[in-house]
Design a protein around this ligand. Sequence first.
Ligand code: MN
Length: 233
Amino acid sequence: MNYVFPPSALTGVPIVAASALFPVRRVFCVGRNYADHAREMGALDQADGREPPFFFSKPGDAVVAGSGEIVVNYPPQTNNLHHEVELVVALGAGGANLAVDAANKLIFGYAVGLDLTRRDLQAKAKEKGHPWDMGKGFDHSAVLGEITPVAQCGYLERGRIWLTVNGQLKQDGDLSSMMWKIPEIIANLSTFVRLEAGDLIYTGTPAGVGPLLRGDVMTGGVDGIAGFSARMV
Ligand code: MN
């Protein structure tokens, strides 16, 4: 194939105990998937009942990944950058209109990441009924640690998820508190778009989101898989 200029390279995510990288295609995110976070965002109605999941996305090249300390650039146009620690599902196969009991087959592995959010821009967008894109989909907005293959850790349904900032525990929840479980998320999303290998799904954040500043060091983890360490510059 001939292009008028070289096509941009895919973002590669390191995999535990492997030399090959996971090539990122798209990044999907689930909104308000833990009741305690929905409450802290003032979305009480969603917290009380199980409304259908909703999704937003980030560009694939918004991912900043690594197995050592990940260096994250503080984004422009915000005075209120928030951390949201999330379990991230990495897909190794594709499919559309999947049944819930067929959805797990798409999972290549899991990682821990941050859905970084320019909360001030997101709040303004919500107020005006505008898209969330500029609050959510900026450069380095999808922080991601190493992927642990499902062959190594099994399918995750429960386990602690946490984030520390400068050594202080800020978010501390459990995967079992997700309102929409991982196979349900995959199945539902696959009715809107055909999922493909290389897609990442950020599965929502527990309570405790808050602001980050340049110089902050973040450590995120989920029981049973590799975590991440990142520094904001
Ligand atoms: Mn999120």
